[in-house]
Design a protein around this ligand. Structure first.
Ligand code: KIV
Length: 274
Protein backbone atom coordinates (compact mmCIF):
# COMPACT_ATOMS: atom_id res chain seq x y z
CA UNK A 1 0.00 0.00 0.00
CA UNK A 2 1.33 3.47 -0.93
CA UNK A 3 2.04 5.86 1.97
CA UNK A 4 -0.64 8.57 2.46
CA UNK A 5 0.07 12.04 1.04
CA UNK A 6 -2.00 14.05 3.58
CA UNK A 7 0.28 13.80 6.58
CA UNK A 8 -0.48 17.02 8.46
CA UNK A 9 -0.10 15.93 12.10
CA UNK A 10 -3.33 15.71 14.09
CA UNK A 11 -3.29 17.88 17.21
CA UNK A 12 -5.85 18.93 19.80
CA UNK A 13 -7.03 21.82 17.59
CA UNK A 14 -7.64 19.42 14.71
CA UNK A 15 -9.53 17.01 16.99
CA UNK A 16 -11.81 19.90 18.00
CA UNK A 17 -12.20 20.89 14.33
CA UNK A 18 -13.16 17.32 13.42
CA UNK A 19 -15.87 17.44 16.06
CA UNK A 20 -17.11 20.83 14.76
CA UNK A 21 -17.38 19.60 11.20
CA UNK A 22 -19.02 16.35 12.29
CA UNK A 23 -16.13 14.12 11.23
CA UNK A 24 -15.86 11.10 13.52
CA UNK A 25 -12.47 10.50 15.17
CA UNK A 26 -11.04 6.99 14.68
CA UNK A 27 -8.72 5.79 17.44
CA UNK A 28 -6.96 2.57 18.38
CA UNK A 29 -4.52 1.42 21.00
CA UNK A 30 -1.00 0.59 19.82
CA UNK A 31 2.16 -0.58 21.55
CA UNK A 32 4.96 -1.06 19.00
CA UNK A 33 6.64 0.36 15.91
CA UNK A 34 5.34 -2.11 13.32
CA UNK A 35 1.69 -1.56 14.18
CA UNK A 36 2.26 2.19 14.68
CA UNK A 37 3.51 2.56 11.11
CA UNK A 38 0.58 0.61 9.70
CA UNK A 39 -2.07 2.35 11.83
CA UNK A 40 -0.68 5.77 10.95
CA UNK A 41 -0.71 4.91 7.25
CA UNK A 42 -4.23 3.51 7.54
CA UNK A 43 -5.52 6.88 8.77
CA UNK A 44 -6.05 6.26 12.48
CA UNK A 45 -6.46 9.76 13.94
CA UNK A 46 -5.24 9.14 17.44
CA UNK A 47 -3.31 6.34 19.01
CA UNK A 48 -3.39 5.42 22.68
CA UNK A 49 -0.61 3.69 24.56
CA UNK A 50 -3.19 2.03 26.78
CA UNK A 51 -2.55 0.33 30.08
CA UNK A 52 -4.57 -2.43 28.39
CA UNK A 53 -1.06 -3.59 27.48
CA UNK A 54 -1.13 -5.29 30.88
CA UNK A 55 -3.82 -7.57 29.49
CA UNK A 56 -3.08 -7.89 25.76
CA UNK A 57 0.75 -7.90 25.92
CA UNK A 58 1.50 -9.16 29.43
CA UNK A 59 -1.52 -11.48 29.62
CA UNK A 60 -2.75 -10.27 33.02
CA UNK A 61 -6.38 -10.20 34.16
CA UNK A 62 -6.26 -6.50 35.05
CA UNK A 63 -4.31 -3.33 34.26
CA UNK A 64 -3.22 -2.86 37.90
CA UNK A 65 0.40 -4.07 37.56
CA UNK A 66 1.22 -1.72 34.65
CA UNK A 67 3.85 0.91 35.53
CA UNK A 68 4.80 4.32 34.16
CA UNK A 69 8.01 2.72 32.85
CA UNK A 70 5.93 0.18 30.88
CA UNK A 71 3.93 2.96 29.23
CA UNK A 72 7.08 5.01 28.53
CA UNK A 73 8.76 1.97 26.98
CA UNK A 74 5.87 1.34 24.58
CA UNK A 75 5.36 5.04 23.84
CA UNK A 76 9.02 5.20 22.79
CA UNK A 77 8.42 2.27 20.44
CA UNK A 78 5.48 4.09 18.82
CA UNK A 79 6.10 7.86 18.93
CA UNK A 80 8.96 8.16 16.41
CA UNK A 81 6.92 6.35 13.75
CA UNK A 82 3.84 8.56 13.71
CA UNK A 83 3.69 11.10 10.91
CA UNK A 84 0.03 12.03 11.42
CA UNK A 85 -1.69 10.36 14.36
CA UNK A 86 -1.98 12.14 17.73
CA UNK A 87 -0.30 10.19 20.55
CA UNK A 88 -2.02 9.82 23.93
CA UNK A 89 -0.57 7.77 26.80
CA UNK A 90 -2.25 6.27 29.85
CA UNK A 91 -1.29 7.27 33.37
CA UNK A 92 -1.34 3.82 34.99
CA UNK A 93 -2.76 2.75 38.35
CA UNK A 94 -1.74 5.07 41.25
CA UNK A 95 0.70 7.01 39.07
CA UNK A 96 -1.50 10.11 39.59
CA UNK A 97 -2.54 9.43 43.19
CA UNK A 98 -1.04 12.76 44.33
CA UNK A 99 -0.37 16.03 42.53
CA UNK A 100 3.39 15.44 42.59
CA UNK A 101 3.10 11.89 41.30
CA UNK A 102 0.72 13.00 38.54
CA UNK A 103 3.16 15.68 37.42
CA UNK A 104 6.22 13.39 37.54
CA UNK A 105 4.40 10.61 35.69
CA UNK A 106 3.07 12.99 33.03
CA UNK A 107 6.52 14.50 32.61
CA UNK A 108 7.90 11.02 31.89
CA UNK A 109 5.11 10.14 29.44
CA UNK A 110 5.57 13.38 27.52
CA UNK A 111 9.33 13.97 27.72
CA UNK A 112 10.60 10.38 27.61
CA UNK A 113 7.69 8.74 25.81
CA UNK A 114 6.77 11.47 23.33
CA UNK A 115 3.06 11.53 24.27
CA UNK A 116 1.10 14.69 23.45
CA UNK A 117 -1.65 14.05 26.01
CA UNK A 118 -2.11 11.89 29.10
CA UNK A 119 -5.23 9.96 30.05
CA UNK A 120 -6.42 9.31 33.58
CA UNK A 121 -9.41 7.48 35.02
CA UNK A 122 -11.93 8.92 37.45
CA UNK A 123 -14.67 11.46 37.98
CA UNK A 124 -14.92 14.77 39.81
CA UNK A 125 -12.51 13.54 42.51
CA UNK A 126 -9.73 13.89 39.91
CA UNK A 127 -10.55 17.54 39.14
CA UNK A 128 -7.67 18.96 41.21
CA UNK A 129 -5.21 16.63 39.42
CA UNK A 130 -6.60 17.58 36.00
CA UNK A 131 -6.32 21.27 36.83
CA UNK A 132 -2.80 20.89 38.24
CA UNK A 133 -1.66 19.22 35.03
CA UNK A 134 -3.63 21.40 32.62
CA UNK A 135 -2.31 24.73 33.92
CA UNK A 136 1.21 23.34 33.54
CA UNK A 137 0.71 22.53 29.86
CA UNK A 138 -0.20 18.86 30.12
CA UNK A 139 -3.24 18.08 27.95
CA UNK A 140 -5.53 15.63 29.74
CA UNK A 141 -8.08 13.10 28.55
CA UNK A 142 -10.49 12.16 31.36
CA UNK A 143 -11.75 8.56 31.28
CA UNK A 144 -15.27 8.05 32.67
CA UNK A 145 -17.72 5.16 32.83
CA UNK A 146 -16.09 1.79 33.30
CA UNK A 147 -12.68 2.51 34.82
CA UNK A 148 -10.61 -0.68 34.63
CA UNK A 149 -8.09 0.62 37.21
CA UNK A 150 -10.92 0.50 39.78
CA UNK A 151 -11.74 -3.16 39.14
CA UNK A 152 -10.78 -4.24 42.65
CA UNK A 153 -13.17 -1.63 44.09
CA UNK A 154 -15.96 -2.58 41.65
CA UNK A 155 -15.46 -6.35 41.78
CA UNK A 156 -15.94 -6.82 38.03
CA UNK A 157 -15.86 -5.07 34.68
CA UNK A 158 -19.46 -4.01 34.07
CA UNK A 159 -21.57 -1.42 32.26
CA UNK A 160 -21.77 1.88 34.17
CA UNK A 161 -24.39 4.66 34.40
CA UNK A 162 -27.41 2.43 33.89
CA UNK A 163 -29.82 4.17 36.29
CA UNK A 164 -30.76 7.86 36.21
CA UNK A 165 -28.88 8.75 39.41
CA UNK A 166 -25.65 7.22 38.06
CA UNK A 167 -26.21 8.87 34.68
CA UNK A 168 -26.70 12.30 36.30
CA UNK A 169 -23.58 11.78 38.40
CA UNK A 170 -21.54 10.97 35.29
CA UNK A 171 -22.89 14.02 33.46
CA UNK A 172 -21.82 16.14 36.42
CA UNK A 173 -18.37 14.45 36.53
CA UNK A 174 -17.88 15.24 32.85
CA UNK A 175 -18.79 18.89 33.41
CA UNK A 176 -16.47 19.25 36.42
CA UNK A 177 -13.53 17.61 34.63
CA UNK A 178 -13.89 19.84 31.57
CA UNK A 179 -14.16 22.91 33.83
CA UNK A 180 -10.93 21.74 35.49
CA UNK A 181 -9.19 21.71 32.10
CA UNK A 182 -9.71 18.29 30.47
CA UNK A 183 -9.30 18.61 26.69
CA UNK A 184 -10.93 15.30 25.81
CA UNK A 185 -13.37 12.89 27.44
CA UNK A 186 -13.34 9.12 27.01
CA UNK A 187 -16.45 7.12 27.92
CA UNK A 188 -16.22 3.36 28.42
CA UNK A 189 -19.11 0.89 28.60
CA UNK A 190 -22.14 3.06 29.19
CA UNK A 191 -25.63 3.08 27.66
CA UNK A 192 -25.74 4.78 24.24
CA UNK A 193 -28.30 7.28 25.48
CA UNK A 194 -25.94 8.47 28.22
CA UNK A 195 -23.12 8.68 25.64
CA UNK A 196 -25.38 10.97 23.60
CA UNK A 197 -26.31 13.15 26.60
CA UNK A 198 -22.69 13.62 27.70
CA UNK A 199 -21.55 14.37 24.14
CA UNK A 200 -24.29 16.94 23.58
CA UNK A 201 -23.44 18.67 26.87
CA UNK A 202 -19.66 18.56 26.33
CA UNK A 203 -17.66 21.47 24.89
CA UNK A 204 -14.71 19.12 24.17
CA UNK A 205 -14.52 16.04 21.89
CA UNK A 206 -15.85 12.82 23.39
CA UNK A 207 -14.44 9.42 22.41
CA UNK A 208 -16.31 6.24 23.23
CA UNK A 209 -15.62 2.56 23.69
CA UNK A 210 -18.93 0.82 24.11
CA UNK A 211 -20.61 4.22 24.52
CA UNK A 212 -22.82 4.16 21.44
CA UNK A 213 -22.80 5.97 18.09
CA UNK A 214 -23.50 9.57 19.19
CA UNK A 215 -20.01 10.28 20.60
CA UNK A 216 -17.48 12.20 18.49
CA UNK A 217 -15.19 9.23 17.91
CA UNK A 218 -14.50 5.61 18.74
CA UNK A 219 -11.55 3.81 20.28
CA UNK A 220 -10.91 0.08 20.50
CA UNK A 221 -8.06 -2.12 21.65
CA UNK A 222 -6.06 -3.09 18.57
CA UNK A 223 -5.79 -6.77 19.49
CA UNK A 224 -9.58 -6.94 19.93
CA UNK A 225 -10.35 -5.74 16.40
CA UNK A 226 -7.72 -8.12 15.01
CA UNK A 227 -9.49 -10.80 17.05
CA UNK A 228 -6.34 -12.05 18.74
CA UNK A 229 -6.65 -10.61 22.28
CA UNK A 230 -6.81 -13.04 25.21
CA UNK A 231 -10.44 -11.92 25.88
CA UNK A 232 -11.41 -12.93 22.34
CA UNK A 233 -9.39 -16.13 22.32
CA UNK A 234 -10.80 -17.17 25.70
CA UNK A 235 -14.37 -16.56 24.48
CA UNK A 236 -15.04 -13.39 26.51
CA UNK A 237 -15.31 -10.90 23.63
CA UNK A 238 -16.87 -7.65 24.89
CA UNK A 239 -20.14 -6.69 23.20
CA UNK A 240 -18.66 -3.54 21.63
CA UNK A 241 -15.83 -5.40 19.85
CA UNK A 242 -16.08 -6.07 16.13
CA UNK A 243 -13.74 -8.41 14.25
CA UNK A 244 -12.25 -6.27 11.46
CA UNK A 245 -9.96 -9.09 10.31
CA UNK A 246 -13.02 -10.95 9.05
CA UNK A 247 -12.93 -10.48 5.30
CA UNK A 248 -9.78 -8.30 5.38
CA UNK A 249 -6.84 -9.16 3.13
CA UNK A 250 -4.29 -8.09 5.70
CA UNK A 251 -3.87 -6.13 8.93
CA UNK A 252 -3.61 -2.76 7.17
CA UNK A 253 -6.91 -3.46 5.37
CA UNK A 254 -8.50 -4.29 8.73
CA UNK A 255 -7.33 -0.95 10.18
CA UNK A 256 -8.58 0.87 7.05
CA UNK A 257 -11.96 -0.85 7.34
CA UNK A 258 -12.19 0.20 10.99
CA UNK A 259 -11.36 3.83 10.15
CA UNK A 260 -13.88 3.83 7.28
CA UNK A 261 -16.66 2.35 9.43
CA UNK A 262 -16.04 4.81 12.27
CA UNK A 263 -16.05 7.74 9.82
CA UNK A 264 -19.22 6.57 8.07
CA UNK A 265 -21.00 5.68 11.31
CA UNK A 266 -21.36 2.02 10.26
CA UNK A 267 -19.46 1.12 13.44
CA UNK A 268 -20.77 0.85 16.10
CA UNK A 269 -23.94 -0.94 15.00
CA UNK A 270 -26.76 -1.52 17.53
CA UNK A 271 -25.29 -4.97 18.25
CA UNK A 272 -22.16 -3.27 19.66
CA UNK A 273 -24.06 -0.90 21.96
CA UNK A 274 -25.62 -1.03 25.42
O1 KIV B 1 -6.02 1.05 28.21
C1 KIV B 1 -6.76 1.12 27.24
O2 KIV B 1 -6.58 0.47 26.21
C2 KIV B 1 -7.92 2.00 27.33
C3 KIV B 1 -8.95 1.84 26.27
C4 KIV B 1 -9.84 0.73 26.66
C5 KIV B 1 -9.68 3.08 26.02
O3 KIV B 1 -8.04 2.79 28.23
Amino acid sequence: MEPEKNLKPVNIVELRAMRSRGEKIASLTCYDASFALVQDRAGVDFILIGDSLGMVLHGGNTTTPVTVSDIVYHARCVAPHLKRAFLVADLPFLSYATLDRALDSSQRLMQEGGAKMVKLEGGREQASIVEYLAVRGVPVCAHLGLQPQFVHKMGAFKVQGRDEAAAEAMLHDAHVLVEAGADLLLLECIPSELGRRITEASPVPVIGIGAGPAVDGQILVMHDILHISPMVTLGRTPRFVKNFMAGALDIESAFRAYVAEVKSGAYPAPAHCF
